[in-house]
Design a protein around this ligand. Structure first.
Ligand SMILES: N[C@@H](CCC(=O)N[C@@H](CS)C(=O)NCC(=O)O)C(=O)O
Length: 241
């Protein structure tokens, strides 16, 4: 199966939560908007989204085309890919648990987005900076510790070094990417608080050292963090904590 991943070409964003498990599994996939050629590129993604012939049209990227299936929503795509890539438990309870954790990360990502866009998606950061300062102060003091504390507790309780226990799952790649992004966006805060989440730090190192992930991170396929994705670094947002 050759998967087609559709995501904006200019930033890691939510697409990265799909790329990492695909890369680790050595899956055959094409990153449609980032490639050139017939049926590829950003235009192809836009055309696809507007295509009235698609029975289950996605609202927003990322979405995945797998044969005739078109699947949107990051957590939903991972729910689909998990068993295909051997990154999900077989039992229903385990599958639901992995999905639940991924949905909790979706909530967190929305809150992280709010640190630079607390008022409106359509406004520039500079046009909502006063609100971003207030929002981020509360986010870093109250929400981030609540989420990270929860994930650390889940990891500790799982007793096997992975989010779901002994076996690796897509949620482990999600935790890796979360720490990567948070370290980029809020380096000062993360340096200060990370010791409180030792399990997550070790998990991050373990995922980074996996051969295919290590190779991917060094490759041009890994888009560097920038000021267009979910994870952005605006130093002033951290300077009031
Ligand atoms: N809940 C969706 C959110 C999707 C989303 O917000 N995608 C962004 C890029 S990361 C986008 O292109 N949004 C366009 C829009 O919301 O109009 C998911 O987890 O996949």
């Amino acid at each position: 199966m050759r998967y087609e991943l559709y995501y904006h070409a200019a930033n890691q964003g939510r697409g990265e939560f799909i790329r990492l498990p695909l890369e680790d599994a050595g899956a055959d996939y094409v990153d449609v908007a980032r490639e050139t050629g017939s049926g590829l590129g950003a235009e192809a993604m836009l055309r696809f989204m507007k295509d009235v012939g698609i029975e289950h049209p996605p609202f927003a990227p990322p979405f995945l085309k797998a044969g005739k299936l078109v699947i949107g929503q990051t957590a939903n795509i991972l729910l689909y890919l998990g068993p295909k890539l051997g990154l999900e438990p077989k039992a229903e309870a385990g599958r639901l648990w992995a999905h639940q954790l991924q949905l909790t990360v979706s909530d967190l990502l929305q809150e992280i987005q709010g640190t630079h866009h607390p008022v409106a998606h359509g406004l520039y950061y500079d046009d909502q900076k006063p609100e971003a300062l207030v929002y981020t102060k509360h986010f870093l003091a109250e929400r981030l510790p609540k989420f990270l504390g929860y994930f650390e507790r889940v990891l500790g309780g799982a007793k096997g070094g992975h989010m779901l226990g002994r076996s690796l799952s897509y949620v482990d790649f999600t935790m890796f990417q979360l720490l990567e992004g948070l370290r980029f966006s809020f380096p000062r805060t993360m340096r200060r608080v990370e010791a409180g989440y030792p399990g997550l730090v070790v998990l991050h190192e373990r995922i980074a050292a996996r051969p295919r992930i290590a190779a991917y991170l060094k490759s041009p396929r890994r888009i560097p963090f920038n000021d267009r994705g979910i994870f952005r670094h605006y130093p002033e947002l951290e300077e009031q904590g």
